[in-house]
Write a protein that binds this ligand. Structure first.
Ligand SMILES: [Fe+2]
Length: 317
């Protein structure tokens, strides 16, 4: 954009920066989940970007206000697990580092799937789920709950009232754990299979504007009636013209960097460069754009606060 006809507006710049969550300015909270207190094997740390997610810490003023979804990071140390619980709404786990074992339980049977970097599971409504780090490095993942303020989780197998080994296996007695199999006709396997996205299995869609998308939740990915979730690949030097949505959307940079901009009614702009693990939340109705001005290609996780097909026709800038 030409700075003479489109001067930067300082108030817009401030507003934009208030909607940026910088990884280095945020902290991991080891006390985000009171139900884990006293159980070191359940310990995990949460960094909240949008809303509180599954934590009751909804009053945290350092996070952005959620509308249709929350977004946080979770750090899970090697060997630790999360007790099997359910929610009234969908919740996704996108793995960033490490390998996470996720279990779904029904009637004492558990299906376990191992997810690696850029794999995602959308935990279905009212299905008991837990997770465990059986790997050799900590797991870092991004969790989004598909509602601004979820109800507290319902614990199904918590070590406070379940034998430790049964809690660690998410409620499966010995011999009742099934390993994830997309070809199984077991109903819980089939349900989980519909909700597991592997990065390497999803088609890469090249937009005519010059960037790539892998759809995780939405048309071409998991069909659901809440938020859309996509992985974007933005080559160096590629950018798009301003576009606007009826709902909020978020960019969370996984690799490289992305310059993001807002435009006001008079055509004045504001922009910021997001580095790895930085986030921008753009509210509904705000024209915005992105461009990779960085030194490497960028990989960006994108969450959009509505279901359905992509309505935006992206145009190269
Ligand atoms: Fe959950």
């Amino acid at each position: 954009m030409n700075v003479i006809t489109n001067p930067t507006r300082p108030a817009l710049q401030d507003e934009l920066l208030r909607n940026v969550g910088r990884h280095v300015n945020k902290s991991f909270d080891w006390n985000a989940f009171p139900s884990n207190a006293g159980f070191p094997e359940l310990a995990r740390a949460q960094m909240r970007y949008i809303g509180a997610g599954g934590s009751p810490k909804v009053g945290d003023t350092s996070t952005l206000k959620p509308e249709h979804f929350t977004l946080s990071l979770i750090h899970k140390p090697v060997g630790n697990y999360a007790a099997c619980h359910s929610h009234e709404i969908e919740e996704s786990f996108l793995i960033i580092d490490g390998v996470l074992t996720v279990g779904w339980e029904r009637d004492g049977e558990v299906v376990e799937v191992r997810l690696g970097p850029k794999d995602m599971i959308l935990n279905a409504r009212d299905v008991g789920h837990g997770f465990r780090n059986d790997g050799v490095e900590p797991v870092l993942m991004s969790i989004s709950v598909d509602v601004g303020k979820p109800l507290p989780p319902v614990y199904l197998y918590h070590p406070k009232n379940t034998a430790p080994e049964l809690a660690r296996s998410f409620g499966a007695e010995p011999g009742r754990t099934l390993h994830f199999d997309r070809n199984s006709d077991h109903p819980l396997q089939q349900q989980m299979s519909r909700n597991v996205i592997r990065f390497t299995e999803q088609p890469t869609i090249w937009e005519s504007a010059g960037f790539a998308r892998k759809v995780y939740v939405g048309e071409g990915g998991i069909q659901n009636d809440t938020a859309r979730k996509e992985m974007l690949g933005v080559p160096r030097g590629v950018g798009v013209k301003p576009y606007v949505r009826d709902v909020e959307d978020a960019f969370f940079v996984l690799e490289g960097s992305l310059t993001v901009g807002w435009v006001d009614e008079a055509g004045r702009t504001a922009e910021a460069e997001l580095g790895p693990r930085d986030l921008l939340l753009t509210p509904a109705g705000r024209p915005h754009w992105f461009r990779n001005n960085g030194m490497t290609d960028a990989v960006v996780w994108s969450v959009i606060g509505e279901p359905g097909a992509e309505k935006v026709r992206f145009q190269a800038a």
